[in-house]
Write a protein that binds this ligand. Sequence first.
Ligand SMILES: [Zn+2]
Ligand SMILES: [Zn+2]
Length: 182
Amino acid sequence: MSTAIRGDQVLNLTPERIRTFWSYVRTSDGCWEWQAATDAGYGRFYLGPAYTPVVWFAHRLAYQLCVGPIPEGLEIDHLCRNHGCVNPSHLEAVTKRVNTLRGVSKASINAQKTHCTKGHLLDGNNLYVWRNQRKCLTCKRAALRRYYDRYIKGSGARQRTREGKAATRAATNKTGQTSEML
Ligand SMILES: [Zn+2]
Ligand SMILES: [Zn+2]
């Protein structure tokens, strides 16, 4: 797909084509939802009549039409995080790095995370960082305890009983990921 289109080419859109573009948009007080074809959740639009080869992402086109040319090297970020939205007031031109940090990628969710999946606060003494991920020390200790009970602390019938108790204790807290033991 060719998206290497400059702003001046976008401005060459015929009024009819621009009307067609907006006919695919359902406006509202919030997000303006793209109603036509999408690609990975992003709206897409043929610049020319149907079946012309040049396709443009709908939100980028909306930005160009309503705000102006996208500065060289910048990406259009959805402030609303809704990729199907073309509301120009929800769109901002940012650098790729900012967009990546803001995005809903696993890395950024992790960066924004304030609590672990069990609801423990990821802060102060309960926070540690492992491979650039914010981790919960309470859960880590529980996982370590389970791991120790299961693999390190010997074996046999007595041990299995103790392991059963440990499993019960840990029943509300079972995210043991032994692959990342400290
Ligand atoms: Zn929106
Ligand atoms: Zn936790």
